[in-house]
Structures are given as structure tokens and as C-alpha cells.
Ligand binder design. Sequence first.
Ligand SMILES: *Cc1c(COP(=O)(O)O)cnc(C)c1O
Length: 424
Amino acid sequence: MNNRKVIQEALEVLPGGVNSPVRAFKAVGGEPIALVKGRGCKVWDADGNEYIDFLASWGPLILGHAHPKVVKAVSEEVRKGLSFGLTNPHEVRLAHLVVEMVPTVEKVRFVSSGTEATMSAVRLARGYTGRKLVVKFDGCYHGHYDSLLVSAGSGVATFGIPGTPGIPEEIAKLTLVVPYNDEGAVKEVFDKYGEDIACVIVEPVAGNMGVVPPKKGFLKFLRDITREKGALLIFDEVITGFRLSKGGAQELYGVEPDITCLGKVLGGGMPVGAYGGSREIMSKVAPEGPIYQAGTLSGNPVAMVAGVETLKELRDKEPYEELDSKMRTLEEGVSGLLKEKGIPHRINRVGSMMTVFFTESEVVDFESAKSSDTELFGRFFRSLLNNGVLIPPSQFEAWFVSTAHEEEHIQEALERIEKALGEL
Ligand SMILES: *Cc1c(COP(=O)(O)O)cnc(C)c1O
């Protein structure tokens, strides 16, 4: 089946032809593609076209596609059976790795997606504090859980409005939405509702409005105000965990959340999420404590070994400087090419994640991210795709490099991008 046929048949039986909306390319226009193979830093579509891949399956593939150690461990495990539904040794191995690597996690519970991780973390925070309200930041994405799929109303700090039909207003109202990097707005909601706020959840480096780094002191401020007001601080490190450093953003910025959500890299390409924190907080999770959360396939052995091999490789090789330097080369290269063409842009980058915004203004929150010329981004995306470079099909996402991107691949990508810009 070629791309067109896959997509046509998909449209008959999947809503919008996809299982996750952004795959339909609505934000960039043009025909979606179907991918059939990945090796290292490259992927191939159903027509046989090759792409240098900066999508990296939206972040998990920090070791590139089909890393030999991961593939070997998974293949061996598959032969022993796919799921047991009782404890298996690989969950314990992965849990020990997480506890060893992530500074504030002493105990961890595995789930099967990032959404489940944030949903369970919020339940834990509410159960632990006995409070209802959740503070989130406009433009941060924490999966599609009702309480977190909420957007900002008008005003600086507002009660959330449902991010989609199907979420009752009553639920959205329990979420307060404030602009990212805005300490004043956070202070305001705590002044007004402090006694009722269970938690603040934040992407310590935002990745889902495009990459937006925290302003200096912002995370520390969140730590201090939550501690002072008796709320919990949740870091959603589903993207940043094991990507920005061995211990994620909390290690990089030296700020300690109460609960950490993990996903993406944690599963090395398999569906794995997790939430964890101190022994004291995690002791409230069933069956140790009263706060219920469960999963038939949680801790699935095949998924767990993919995570184990991925984390072991990261722990032992610590490729973070190398990843940072490769992404810097790409950043400088792309910026140079755009300058030559006279295209106004801003690039936000933290380590191996970055976003190119087509705007003149600094991007520090969702409002400024939205100043990017998304029509130009759409053309940019399609032109790159036609020239064998795959980036996320939306302005408000992060590009990723993996350890499989060698300098030569970055150079090759830059040549392809130069050609693409020539055709823009
Ligand atoms: C991807 C993502 C999620 C959701 O993870 P899923 O596995 O897609 O459910 C949550 N939080 C952040 C920060 C993410 O990037």
C-alpha cells in the first residue's frame, strides 16, 4: 500500500484517518503520510521516501529508531509472552533505574501513557491535600485528561474553560489557567484561592506550545509558593524526563517537585508512563494508601524492557552534551539559512529540543508563541517534507535530535533545508 491508499483506507475507518489528531496534518495542510520503517535518525514512508527525522515519534526516540539493544531486549522478551498481569522482574528493574536517575522520585507507579500519568498525579495531589483546584499554564499540554484539557478564558488568571466539547464546565472550572512564566498571575490565584489549590502542574520546559524555556527563577518561585501555601508542585516531565539530563529538567534547573510525571523517553518507543515522588506522598497510592489507580497492562514486560535498555544507555553514556551540541549545530544552521532568506524568526532551544517560530517577538508564553506566522510554518513544513526532512506537523511542537543523528546527518539535513527554503 502506498501513502495515498493507506490514508484513503484510514479515512474510511478512523476518525479523520488517524488515532491522534495532529497526524492528519490539518495544521500544515497537504496530504498526510504513513510511515513504515525507521532506522537510526531516518524514517521511510509507504511510498519509499526517506526522511531525516526530527519528529522522533514526538520525543520518545532519544536513541533513534530501532536501537539494537532495545530491539534485542524486546525481541527476547516477546518470545517469553506478552503480558502476565502480575508483577514481573522488569518493572522492578525499570523502577530502580527511575529512582536512581530522577532526583525526587523515591517510589514510582507505571502506567501506559503520559495522559494517565498526569491524570493520576492530579488525583494523588487532590487526595493528598484534600483540595480540589488545579493550577495549570496556558499552552502547556498534559495529555487529554478532562481537568487538564482546559484553556484560558480572558484575563490574566482565569477559571478554565473546556478545551473541547465533552468536558463539563463544572470540571473545567476546577482548573485555574495562568500564563506561562508569569509569576504575578500565579501569585494572584494563590492570593484568591490558596486554601483550595491542590497543585500546580507545569512543563518545566514547555514543549507543547513550541519550546518555551522557564524564565530564570520561575520554577523556584513555583516551588516556594506551593510549599508556602500547602499545595503540591507537579512537574510534567513527559518530554523533558531523561531528555534534558539524566534526571530531567528538575536536575538541570535544580528545583524539586513533589510529584514527577514521566512518559515518552521512559518507554523507549513503547507505551509507558509513570508518576512518582517521595515515599511519603507515594504511600498514599493504593494498595499502600487509599488513592486508587490501576492498569491491566501497567508494567507490561515487553514495554518495560524497552524502557530498561533505553534508560541504561542514557545512564551509562550520558549523551547530553553531545545531544546539545548537535542541536546547537542545527539551530545555528537553520537560523543562518533563514537570515539569508530574510525571514524573521526566533528559535527557542533547550538541549536537544527546539522550535523555530516565524515571528519577530521573543517567545515566552502561549500568547507570544501564537504571534508566529503559522501559514508560513505550514509551507515551511511541506517544503522540508518534500526535501526529505521530517519535523513535527505543527508550529506548536518541539523538534528532537537523538544519539543516532551524527554530525553528517545534521549537515545533510541543513543542505536539504537550504534546498527547501529555495523552493519556498
Ligand atoms: C505527550 C505529552 C503528554 C501526554 O502523553 P501521552 O502519552 O500522549 O498521553 C503529557 N504531557 C506532556 C508534557 C507531553 O508532552
